[in-house]
Design a protein around this ligand. Structure first.
Ligand SMILES: Nc1ncnc2c1ncn2[C@@H]1O[C@H](COP(=O)(O)OP(=O)(O)OP(=O)(O)O)[C@@H](O)[C@H]1O
Length: 228
């Protein structure tokens, strides 16, 4: 009989709560994530999906509980320094610099990462190869989102925190997003996605955050309940 211990989760949220602006947003969340896994956060507007991602990114600390990376608390400064180098963050703010070309907007992040040669192939995969030398002002909303996805590929860090990554993408763009998420996971990456829109993520865990303030009954709810 083997007495080998099961592997530590790469990321563990242990009874985590989080406040924002003196209000408790997340209550006693428990999640464990191993290499190659995915977590999909859903819930009503204001339920705390972005707060969850911000906390994992280290922008805010848990008010209770702990977040462990490889078994170490990420809020310890020595650990956080290493942990943050594992993160790739895609937010609704696209951080695109208008005075740079499309290619420079990806390459800049790649160079900061000490890497090279990934930016153009990433843009090509995202269907932006022919726009590489244009200014971002030439891009549509969906193309700007594709540029952000190209950055994820060029920077190539293991833990992806994606806030509404499919907003503004067309059907092909969503398929590309699903493809790069699947490939990233095959390579052992972890993906955490906050989304309102359906994205196909095989065997992804789903965490539905409860609404912060239960909404009042609407006329439609009342009619439903009356079964008219
Ligand atoms: N900048 C902020 N400062 C203080 N409180 C905030 C701020 N942004 C959001 N909140 C509070 O945190 C709560 C959770 O917001 P959060 O953005 O995490 O929700 P969400 O689930 O991502 O919403 P959405 O679906 O609208 O993107 C909100 O109800 C709001 O009261």
């Amino acid at each position: 009989m083997s007495l080998r211990k099961p592997p530590l989760p790469r990321l563990l949220l242990n009874d985590v709560s989080c406040m924002r602006n003196a209000q408790q947003i997340l209550h006693h969340v428990n999640v464990s994530l191993h290499d190659g896994s995915a977590l999909v956060l859903t819930g009503a507007n204001g339920s705390g999906k972005t707060t969850f991602l911000r906390m994992l990114a280290g922008f805010s600390r848990p008010s209770a509980g702990e977040i462990l990376w490889n078994g170490h608390d990420i809020t310890q400064s020595g650990i956080f320094h290493q942990y943050k180098l594992q993160l790739n963050w895609l937010s609704l703010k696209d951080a695109i610099k208008e005075k740079f070309t499309v290619l420079d907007n990806v390459q800049w992040f790649e160079v900061l990462e000490g890497k090279q040669g990934r930016s153009l192939p990433a843009l090509e995969l995202m269907g932006l190869g022919r726009l590489a030398n244009e200014r971002p002002s030439r891009l549509s909303m969906g193309q700007r989102k594709r540029l952000q996805l190209a950055r994820l590929l060029a920077i190539d860090r293991p833990i992806w925190l994606l806030d509404e990554p499919s907003v503004a993408l067309d059907t092909e763009g969503v398929k590309l997003l699903e493809y790069i998420i699947a490939e990233h996971r095959k390579n052992g990456g972890i993906v955490i996605v906050a989304t309102h829109l359906p994205i196909k993520i095989e065997d992804g865990m789903v965490l539905r955050l409860p609404p912060r303030f239960p909404r009042r009954l609407t006329l439609v709810d009342m009619l439903d309940r009356a079964d008219i």
